[in-house]
Every structure is written in structure tokens, then in C-alpha cells.
Design a protein around this ligand. Structure first.
Ligand SMILES: Nc1ncnc2c1ncn2[C@@H]1O[C@H](COP(=O)(O)OP(=O)(O)OP(=O)(O)O)[C@@H](O)[C@H]1O
Ligand code: SF4
Length: 272
């Protein structure tokens, strides 16, 4: 891991909006949704940063084809890696800092929490419209650490990712409770892997019962942002680090996220 440095608490000051991406369990597509949301924001002209704090499974660098890049330091902290030629998408991942990909898996809680704190404070993002934070699965001490370290920057809220299966939906229920307890607003729920897109004819077939995320959103009185189907072309593009396949549903979800964030910014300005 890179040399440690002092906490530069001003590094998030130039970030207009902070969004957390949470999921109740692993493998439901949290990193995919983080990446897709970010690419959609960039396509709208925003300057976006992705902070990959998934200590045990940092997958963002591979998905954006910047795996193995070296991290450089400046007086204010670590410099993120650009994932596009126009320098509108910058990435910082715990994966860049680990010599051995299995290191973080064996860390105890306090070491993980210290790492998260340093990671949130010591990355020099400069000016960003959106910082999208990919968190570890579940609701653990690590999540509390993340929330504690960003609270002073008024994060806009959390996007909760679920899949249509009942067990995943139950996990999201816990995430909603976590957000309520930690006073992080829920921007909304995304149902991922909702139906399967046939690679031959592009027909979408529902394998699991559809609509669990929407029903849960209604029940928990939080917004429903939309569903993203399981698309083998998307799996392949994520594996190859390509950024050319973005389901249409993502842009619709991002429209809802940006209008939520703009209205939360307006209401903050009204009260200041
Ligand atoms: N809508 C989708 N269509 C096709 N493939 C998808 C979709 N969502 C996720 N995947 C694939 O499923 C796998 C798991 O996704 P991802 O890594 O985003 O999950 P995760 O919840 O972040 O997992 P982890 O808990 O390990 O961080 C990846 O191979 C990804 O490409
Ligand atoms: S959706 Fe159509 S093209 Fe795809 S596998 Fe089924 S029948 Fe074949």
C-alpha cells in the first residue's frame, strides 16, 4: 500500500454531490450499477469521480480498464486515475493501493476503518460534479465509518441495489433501515438483473418474479428508480473493461438521480 499521509479534510470540498451505492449482499451488481451510473453522468457532461471502497472486492478498475495503474501523490494527497481521454471520469480504488489483492480480506475492523477514513480524506479530487462511492456489501462497521467521514459534506443520499429474488429484497430492507438510522437519505432503489435479455433477439424474459424492488420501495416509502435487465453484452463489456454498452434503463435512472440531487441542492441553498 502507498505511504500513509495526513488527513487532508478539504479534499471533498470541491465535490458538489456525493452518492453512496449500497447493496445488502454481494454479487447483485453494485459495482456495475456504480460504473453505469457514472458513465451516464459523464455522457451528460458532468465531471464524475468513483471511489471504490469495496475493500474485499474492488472491481471498478477492471470494469473501467484501468486495473494495475500506479497511483501518484501530490501535496494534497493521492491523485485519482482518469478512465477517459477527456478527463471527466476519475477513479480511486482500494485495488490500486494493495500489493496483494487478498490483503484487505484479512484485515481486522480497526485497520479497515482507518483505511476507509484515509481513503475518504486523502484523495485529491479537485472539482467534481458527482462523487459516486461503491461500498462493500451489507451494513457493517465499514459503512458506519464511511457515513461518519462524509457526513460533514452533506451527502445527497444512497442508491440501493437489489435483484428480484426475495432474499436480496430482504437485504435491501436492512439497507433502508441502516440509512434511516444513520440519517442518510435514500435516493431510491434500483432492481438489477431484472429479466434476461436474449443475445439473439434482444427479447427480455423475466426469470425471477419481477417488481420486488418496486413493491419494496412502495412499502418502505422510498423512491423506485428503475430496473436494469441482465444483459450478456453488458457482462462482457464489464469484463473487457469496455464502456460502450449502456442499457437505456440506466439513463432513465440517472435522470431521476440528477433531479433528486438538484432538488436537494436547492433545498440546502434555501435553508442557508
Ligand atoms: N445488469 C447486468 N447485466 C449483465 N451482467 C451484470 C449485470 N449486473 C451485474 N452483472 C455482472 O454480474 C457480476 C457481478 O456484478 P458486480 O461485480 O457489479 O456485483 P457487486 O454487487 O458489486 O459484487 P461484489 O459484492 O463482489 O462487490 C459481474 O460479472 C457483472 O458484470
Ligand atoms: S428469446 Fe427468442 S431468440 Fe432468444 S433464445 Fe428465446 S426464442 Fe431464441
Amino acid at each position: 500500500m502507498a505511504a500513509s499521509m495526513g488527513n487532508n479534510s478539504d479534499n471533498l470540498r470541491g465535490v458538489k454531490h456525493i452518492i453512496l451505492v449500497l447493496s445488502g449482499k454481494g454479487g447483485v451488481g453494485k459495482s456495475t450499477v456504480t460504473t453505469q451510473i457514472s458513465l451516464s453522468l459523464v455522457s451528460l457532461g458532468y465531471k464524475v469521480g468513483i471511489l471504490d471502497v469495496d475493500l474485499c472486492g474492488p472491481s471498478i478498475p477492471k470494469m473501467l480498464n484501468v486495473d494495475g495503474k500506479d497511483i501518484h501523490q501530490c501535496p494534497q494527497g493521492w491523485l485519482p486515475v482518469y478512465a477517459d481521454n477527456n478527463q471527466r471520469l476519475s477513479i480511486m480504488s482500494i485495488g490500486f493501493l494493495l500489493h496483494n489483492k487478498d490483503d484487505a480480506v484479512v484485515w481486522r475492523g480497526p485497520k479497515k476503518n482507518a483505511m476507509i477514513k484515509q481513503f475518504l480524506c486523502d484523495v485529491h479530487w479537485d472539482e467534481l460534479d458527482y462523487l459516486v462511492i461503491d461500498t462493500p456489501p451489507g451494513t457493517s462497521d465499514e459503512h458506519i465509518s464511511i457515513v461518519e467521514n462524509i457526513r460533514q459534506y452533506n451527502p445527497d443520499g444512497a442508491v440501493l441495489v437489489t435483484t428480484p429474488q426475495g432474499v436480496s429484497v430482504n437485504d435491501v430492507r436492512r439497507e433502508v433501515t441502516f440509512c434511516k438510522k444513520t440519517k442518510i437519505p435514500v435516493i431510491g432503489i434500483v432492481e438489477n438483473m431484472s429479466g434476461f435479455v436474449c443475445p439473439t433477439c434482444q427479447e427480455c424474459t423475466n426469470i425471477f418474479s419481477k417488481g420486488g424492488g418496486e413493491a419494496l420501495a412502495k412499502q418502505m416509502e422510498v423512491p423506485y428508480l428503475g430496473s436494469i435487465p441482465l444483459d450478456p453484452l453488458l457482462t462482457k463489456s464489464m469484463e473487457d473493461g469496455a464502456t460502450d454498452v449502456r442499457p437505456q434503463a440506466v439513463d432513465v435512472i440517472v435522470q431521476k438521480i440528477t433531479s433528486y440531487c438538484n432538488s436537494s441542492l436547492e433545498s440546502t441553498m434555501d435553508t442557508t
